[in-house]
Ligand binder design. Structure first.
Ligand SMILES: *Cc1c(COP(=O)(O)O)cnc(C)c1O
Length: 480
């Protein structure tokens, strides 16, 4: 089309006020703030104007130009408004098979925890009031007894996450003094949590002993001086040193601590209250076992193998925990009432050991056997194959899931997936289209196929998944 033709067409773009009288846009105005609606309208008008100028949008012969543009702008505004009204934090269907996927929010909460959040969030609660005396109480009171009972520890408290738990413990017990750690345990836990750096933040001085692969009790003993405040054991949760190795166990470290009158702390990382060998996983020390070994303080996460909300649990000797509660840092890392509610409900599930595997989604997913997973994949495969005309080939394939969350890195978790080989687009483009769906779908790419590992597909998500895959495959954008 000629430049003057474009200019002619441009003149038919309706004014904002006129567009606001359009039926579709009027309906939209009832459900979103006016300023957001106006921004959306202007954005759409801007792109339409641009498309006309560049000659990508020409007046259709069979339509009156103004009416054509009004309808086009209205329908695009409705679509764009739907995207803008979507919350930024959205539901994702996890088909990666990584059960504790840190980027996808780690542990899925048990139903009881969700109910507890619901009950507490919409009203007031006895968060910090002692109902017997009517006086001020502790926000940890509802958790302390449960944690002591479940772990065997004298006392317990809970902070925002395990990184905060380690920081608070080190700051309280060793600020300005020395903490002895094995060179084999100076781990980084993703993001920026590195033991030496957390140590520096806490104001404690790190004293490294032993070598990467071998550290003996004697190494700790030789490093002890009048400056020593604490002996620290870090569970190397996210990697394994295999072969020619010697680690000083928590039990041995406790003996050294007793001999020299020094407290011992164990940062357990994952911290499971359940023996995961019962799920077919490699042995991981339970919190109860570690507490039994006698350290003064144990720290672990609420949202790793425990399967609860994000939290850092500190369990151990009462006298040391009392000191931590008085540390001003405690206020900065305290948990909110929703975490208290969810964690209490999660911990209560552990009081019933025969049911816990079914009630805690994390444990349930980790414990799914090959046969159950194959059935799940076959069902999904059949449902996708029933969606006729989709430009893709679907097959059921064997795959490997992972625990995630930096736990049990060597665990071998055989699983089943539906592999999608799209026709006409690459698997990478399909992955991007699936991320744009609502709910979004995240799978794993492998040999130009997109694998949907069914281990982490939750009950009730199958229909949403099938719809999202169908929509993503049916959409044909300019980018294809
Ligand atoms: C995961 C982990 C942490 C950090 O825990 P968050 O709850 O993620 O803050 C600290 N130490 C170890 C050994 C861990 O595995």
């Amino acid at each position: 089309m000629s430049v003057s033709g474009n200019n002619q067409f441009l003149r038919h773009i309706p004014a904002v006020d006129e567009l606001l009288n359009n039926e579709e846009i009027e309906a939209l105005a009832a459900s979103m703030p006016r300023s957001l609606l106006l921004d959306t309208l202007r954005e759409v008008i801007g792109t339409v104007r641009e498309e006309i100028r560049e000659g990508c949008l020409a007046p259709p012969r069979e339509h009156e130009p103004r009416q054509f543009l009004t309808e086009l702008i209205a329908s695009r505004t409705v679509s764009l408004a739907r995207i803008k009204k979507r919350p930024n934090l959205r539901r994702v269907l996890n088909l990666t098979g990584v059960v504790l996927h840190t980027n996808l929010g780690r542990a899925v909460l048990p139903a009881g925890a969700i109910k507890a959040i619901n009950d507490i969030a919409g009203g007031y609660s006895n968060l910090e009031i002692n109902m017997d005396t009517g006086k001020r109480g502790s926000r940890y009171a509802s958790l302390e007894g449960l944690l002591a009972k479940l772990t065997g520890a004298e006392s317990a408290m809970v902070v925002n996450n395990n990184a905060a738990a380690v920081l608070l413990a080190l700051s309280t017990l060793a600020k300005g003094r020395e903490v002895i750690v094995s060179r084999g345990q100076l781990v980084e836990i993703g993001g920026s949590f590195r033991i030496p750096e957390v140590m520096a933040q806490s104001g404690a001085r790190l004293v490294e002993v032993g070598t990467t692969n071998k550290t003996y009790p004697e190494d700790y003993k030789r490093a002890i001086t009048s400056e020593t405040a604490l002996l620290l054991h870090v569970h190397t949760s996210n990697y394994r040193i295999v072969g020619f190795t010697r680690e000083t166990s928590v039990v041995e470290l406790v003996q050294v601590g007793r001999e020299f009158g020094l407290p011992v702390m164990s940062d357990l990382g994952s911290g499971s209250l359940f023996d995961v060998t019962g799920l077919g996983l490699p042995a991981e020390p339970t919190v109860q076992e570690v507490i039994h070994a006698g350290p003064d303080v144990v720290t672990f996460s609420g949202d790793k193998l425990l399967g609860g909300p994000q939290a850092g649990i500190i369990a151990g000797k009462k006298a040391l925990l009392e000191r931590m509660k008085k540390n001003p840092l405690t206020r900065a890392v305290r948990i909110d009432k929703l975490t208290v509610a969810a964690l209490e409900a999660t911990l209560r599930e552990y009081l019933n050991p025969s049911q816990v595997k079914e009630q805690i989604p994390t444990l349930h997913m980790l414990g799914l056997n090959q046969e159950a997973l194959k059935q799940k994949a076959d069902r999904l495969l059949a449902a996708l194959q029933r969606e006729t005309g989709l430009p893709a080939r679907f097959t059921a394939v064997e795959t490997l899931s992972a625990v995630g969350g930096g736990a049990l890195p060597t665990a071998h978790l055989p699983s089943w997936a539906v592999a999608i080989e799209p026709v006409g687009i690459s698997a990478t483009v399909l992955a991007a289209k699936l991320r744009a769906q609502d709910p979004a779908v995240i799978g794993k790419l492998q040999d130009d196929k997109l694998l949907l590992d069914v281990r982490t597909l939750l009950p009730g998500e199958e229909t949403m998944l099938i719809e999202a895959v169908s929509r993503a495959l049916a959409q044909r954008g300019v980018a294809d």
